[in-house]
Design a protein around this ligand. Structure first.
Ligand SMILES: [Zn+2]
Length: 389
């Protein structure tokens, strides 16, 4: 299986996060990536490393606002040149509804241009997502890692054969919490959403043009090239991904996640999509204190074999792959998810369930914070998917 990785993704290294009233070393560390990369290159007969390529900002601007992307690119430099601490960019207020809801949005949004703090506060929704020197380089590379693996999937599909094809994007920072115009939950650019939109927008031919720099802007309203099913198995709800595709049936979002848990305000089973998107968003809340890995996998299989998912007939599957379901995970942790073989089973379920079986599949790395075990978990899922374990 081809996988994409870049050392540039190590350049993002925030010194701390603020979580549940504590200052603590940042959980989303470069060591996570090193652990997974080391495990994959140990098995060169199974995993083949390919370098990332640059797809320009065009596919990123299909899901993120231009103002937010421009902000991420220069936030650190702006912050430091305004005399703020070089440690990193962190908000100290938010445009909370209680603060601004009595004002027209253009009134309070005007502050974005007059105060660096207002800008920083507008484009983030928590205190876990510091911007440091190196964050933008890592975030844009992480998005390009996902796009390169997506592109490779199109190439493999084109080259024929009856074998289902799959690729793995070793992304860092992760993406599924990032919204159209806000970072949060350790996420800046939503790698899985960018890849899903890329599949909506491109066949191999137009993707090639994008790579060659011919197609710099992508307009909406085009014929959808591929319908995408996103399966999010990270411990947390992918609020950002859900929000980006909530009103469309071009992308079907399915998520299993601990609930209630971070990000606290999204992830209920009542969130089913709106307008054309109604029925194309399924949230499966998990009780993290009482769910075994067997029960978790049964729920995963059941939703991937549900009428809604099977009848959708997705052209491609994007898996938002998180390992913070593991029982010892310091950020997440489903208490009875305690057998590493469960990740092998997860790969098998994704390969064989009626709604996903036989479909080109892109795995995109999200969370997971038990660093020494992440390599094994990744190998387990991917080999389980390939039927090699
Ligand atoms: Zn997570």
């Amino acid at each position: 299986m081809d996988f994409v990785y870049s050392e540039i993704c190590l350049s993002h290294n925030p010194p701390f996060e603020v979580s549940s009233g504590r200052w603590q070393p940042h959980s989303e560390s470069p060591a996570r990536l090193v652990s997974i990369h080391a495990a994959l290159i140990k098995e060169p007969n199974v995993f083949n490393l390919i370098p990332h390529r640059d797809f320009s900002l065009a596919p990123i601007l299909r899901v993120h606002s231009p103002e937010f992307v421009a902000y991420l690119q220069t936030a650190y430099e702006e912050w430091v040149s305004a005399g703020r601490t070089p440690i990193g960019v962190l908000p100290d207020s938010f445009p909370h509804p209680a603060l601004v809801e009595h004002l027209p949005s253009q009134t309070w949004r005007a502050s974005i241009n007059s105060s660096i703090e207002a800008k920083v506060s507008t484009y983030a929704f928590d205190l876990g997502t510091m911007i440091v020197d190196g964050t933008w380089r890592a975030a844009i590379t992480s998005a390009n890692v996902a796009l390169t693996a997506a592109y490779r999937l199109l190439e493999l599909e084109q080259s024929g054969g009856n074998e289902p094809v799959a690729t793995y994007a070793l992304c860092r920072p992760p993406g599924h919490h990032a919204c159209k115009a806000a970072s949060g939950g350790f996420c800046y650019l939503n790698n899985a959403a960018i890849a899903a939109q890329f599949f909506n927008d491109h066949d191999l031919q137009s993707a090639k043009k994008l790579l060659e720099g011919e197609e710099q802007t992508i307009t909406g309203g085009l014929e959808v090239k591929k319908k995408v099913l996103i399966v999010d198995v990270d411990y947390h709800h992918g609020n950002g991904t859900q929000s980006m595709f909530y009103d469309t049936d071009n992308v079907f979002y399915v998520s299993l996640h601990a609930y209630p848990d971070y990000p606290y305000f999204t992830g209920s089973a009542q969130e089913v999509g709106v307008g054309k998107g109604e029925g194309y968003n399924i949230n499966i809340p998990i009780d993290a204190a009482n769910t075994t890995h067997e029960e978790y996998l049964e729920k995963l299989k059941a939703v991937l074999e549900s009428d809604a998912v099977v009848q959708y007939k997705a052209d491609v599957v994007v898996v938002s792959l998180g390992f913070d379901t593991w029982c010892e995970d310091p950020v997440g942790g489903v208490i009875h998810f305690s057998d590493a073989n469960a990740y092998t089973q997860m790969g098998k379920v994704l390969a064989t369930a009626k709604g996903t079986s036989g479909r080109p599949t892109l795995f995109v790395q999200e969370g997971g914070y038990t660093v020494p075990k992440l390599g094994d978990f990744t190998v387990n899922v991917l080999k389980g998917f390939l039927g090699q374990n």
